[in-house]
Design a protein around this ligand. Sequence first.
Ligand SMILES: *Cc1c(COP(=O)(O)O)cnc(C)c1O
Length: 387
Amino acid sequence: MRSASITINSAALTHNLTQVIKAIPEQTKILAMVKADAYGHGVKNCLSGLQQADGLGVACFTEAKQIRDLGWQKELVLIEGVFSQQEWAESIAAECQSIIHHQHQVEWAVNQLPQLDSPCRTVWLKLNTGMNRLGFEPEELVSVAQTLVDAGYKLILTSHFANADRPAHASNANQIKIFTEALQQLRSQVDANIKASLCNSAGIINFPECHFDWVRPGIMLYGSTPLDAISAKQLNLQPVMTFEASLMAIHNIAAGAPVGYGSRFVANRPIVKGIVSIGYGDGYPRVVDGSAWVSVQPFDDATHSNKNSSTANARMSYKCPVIGRVAMDMIAIDLTDVPNPSVGSKVTLWGDPKKGAPSVDDTASSAHTLGYELLCRVTQRPIRITQ
Ligand SMILES: *Cc1c(COP(=O)(O)O)cnc(C)c1O
């Protein structure tokens, strides 16, 4: 069988969630972000590792419905809000809270008030503090908030950072100032009990003074770094996803011979080349430059198996450059420095740097993108294994 797999480590997810818990005040709650099928990990594989979260955040009602059907009973928040009056009614039936970022959503909320004991009597009111993507302007905020409070809603003021990954960026201080002032104004003029939520992963790490009532970690839960300059390992985050395949062919290549589509790679010395059963059809990025590498774990000679190998052998892995173009189903790698490579040897595309694998952030950097995108773009083809 072609081997391509995604292994989800629930213990790593719990470990990363614990890092968030340790970083925030005791009374601050955690909305764990699981949009885009838990950043590509598969939300059903992640719920057990996220039991200590106070709520889950998703992009849309379809995602929320799936999570309710999986049995999640705590808070569930639609971070883009609903898209119609009908969806507002459905979200109330499924007990999902919504962000309200636009006037038409205010109207839907006022038109249909949930029961007094429904969690949907709380709405997340989005303020545009400078990212200029979604949300009300500071000038409109008091009147919108008053309308919602008069209708019977409780509010959580929320906003989103544009540059939280770079703490020194001037927009951060500006967004924090606008948010804090708006919150004070709402509490003094509309409702003293209005709550607040500003920080995503990078904000949680970089702006501890801004944790407020709810934090909204996403990427850090999955063990990829939210920061520009600090690795996941330095942040004591553990990778949740391990992306693996195996060697399906090995050949000797003469100096001067090209490899793969476009003959982009030409061997400048005789090399041993391996073909790995993984490609962009699985979610390995086609756009990687010459810096991309994978780790190869040769068979343990004693047992001729890398499943039952001893710990010492399990730790032995070799760094192999990706050579030539990434194809839909295959990549080529340089195996010259690997002693005794064999067909069937395990290849890790990304996983745990402590085990010699590239981190997803390493591969993302070779692909000129972020861990976020690579995680979300893993396709349905690799089989899913939950640990
Ligand atoms: C995705 C998202 C988050 C989580 O962001 P990370 O950078 O992954 O921590 C938080 N808040 C909102 C509104 C989001 O859309």
